[in-house]
Design a protein around this ligand. Structure first.
Ligand code: HEM
Length: 162
């Protein structure tokens, strides 16, 4: 499948990734999780479809999951929308420099029944076949601080990313 030329800047993301992460926040017990992430290029479009699913590393029970779209704009500028099953929608702007992506949510929208989240920052780096990320959030009355760190390994290409 032909890749849109603007996606060259984020080609390093494409494919399926699997790995492990750790989570914490002042209000919760620390936890460890297993994660699968998919980044799939839109056919001839300057966007990448994103999906992740996690499970508890000890019990194997499903944990968090999310879907989103990453848009690549001229000048290596990025925009990303991410929807979570917990009623949270992150509206990000950011940049890609080499194989490092930085996203900061200027806006987070929540449904009436969701936990309060007012800010999210995501850093993601690919080094060879390793993808690592860290995520900070301002939530439930606490200022922006780390919730997640994880490292994943590349596990193959998706059919539209070849
Ligand atoms: C790998 C992805 C993630 C995993 C595995 C994960 C896991 C967890 C777990 C196990 C908890 C504690 C139990 C619970 O409340 O369910 C939690 C709490 C929470 N998470 Fe996450 N989470 C992830 C991503 C996110 C993201 C992206 C956000 C928001 C942008 C978020 C926001 C929250 C909030 C607001 C709480 C509740 C804190 C509280 O009630 O005090 N999580 N998360």
């Amino acid at each position: 499948m032909e890749l849109h030329p603007d996606l060259e800047a984020v080609r390093f993301l494409l494919g399926r990734w699997e790995g492990r992460g750790k989570g914490n926040y002042p209000t919760i017990e620390p936890f460890e999780y297993l994660e699968t992430v998919w980044f799939e290029a839109g056919p001839k479009k300057p966007w990448v479809a994103y999906r992740q699913a996690t499970k508890d590393a000890l019990s194997g029970e499903p944990l968090h999951a999310e879907y989103g779209y990453l848009r690549v704009l001229p000048g290596h500028r990025l925009e990303m929308v991410i929807a979570q099953p917990t009623g949270i929608a992150e509206i990000h702007t950011g940049t890609v420099e080499g194989t490092h992506i930085h996203l900061r949510a200027g806006r987070v929208e929540i449904t009436p029944g969701a936990k309060e989240v007012t800010d999210v920052e995501r850093h993601l780096t690919v080094d060879g076949d390793q993808l690592s990320y860290r995520l900070s959030m301002a939530a439930v009355g606490h200022e922006l601080q780390q919730h997640l760190t994880a490292t994943l390994t590349h596990h193959g290409w998706l059919k539209t990313t070849g």
